[in-house]
Design a protein around this ligand. Sequence first.
Ligand code: P6P
Length: 334
Amino acid sequence: MAKQNQTLGEFIIENQGEFKYSSGELSRLINSIRLAAKVVNHEVNKAGLVDILGAAGDTNIQGEDQQKLDVYANEAFIKTLTNREIVCGIASEEEDDFITIQGRNKKNDNKYVVLIDPLDGSSNIDVNVSVGTIFSVYRRVTPEGTPVTLEDFLQPGNRQVAAGYIVYGTSTMIVYTTGHGVNGFTLNPAIGTYYLSHPNMTFPENGSIYSVNEGNYVHFPQGIKNYIKYCQKEEEDRPYTSRYIGSLVSDFHRNMIKGGIYIYPNTSKNPEGKLRLLYECNPMAFLAEQANGKASDGFTRILDIQPKELHQRVPFICGSKRMVEKAEEFMRDA
Ligand code: P6P
């Protein structure tokens, strides 16, 4: 039950009962993400004042320049989760392979694995546009006490036990679900406490905002081209408004509050799409469905896709249910 102005800590304790099979570990996991988010927020908010901007001179497995803040955020989340011995493994956009976390007793007796995109939209950092952290939590499938394997990470999104994001925007918010709806908490930076500001978040059934990088239009599948023309046509409640920030967390967050659809289709440059299934699309799809929205690759429910590799990409259509269904219709009819 969500009470206005409840702190995140109070909310976690009050809803502990919802985490079946959990002896408080999932609550501690959410708490450690809350702490790491504060640490990253502190750096993101002063980016530009200290030598933390610009590329770190390295590239990640995606071949993308690693911004210093990317690397900082990755290390902050990994360190926080590792020191608290809550998870037995972590996968990150910034790490080529998954990381095995052993407790001080050198055992692997924790039962959760976490997958993270530590700083999504990081190309926006240098231009002061909001960025975000995305996280996804599963119960391991291999026997407790044994080292985690790739199988623990390649689970379909419908097996997630928790997912969420932190948006470092005009205010810093944590928005997450444990399968019982979506709740948003806003950080009061003066005292370092998150307060429940957006209880029971839901996508409006329909909307009038579409978010897509139209610069790639010529490379889109015909069905997506036809849907974009539908959005722009002067008819009924259209033309819709085009809003694209280039930061998935920010576009998703706005569309969940106002109603809208986010599309990143496959293109000739990215034949599988650009977004990563495990630590971008699955967590956002879990949140979308928990908020009465929808998420697919145009044909298949995102949460039902069986992952084949850690950094696998998929086409992604996500947002207000009616808008996603209309886009899927254009994909089927193309
Ligand atoms: P493009 C950021 O790199 C990201 O993964 C998402 O946050 C964002 O929506 C998308 O890629 C932007 O990609 O190709 O339009 O710049």
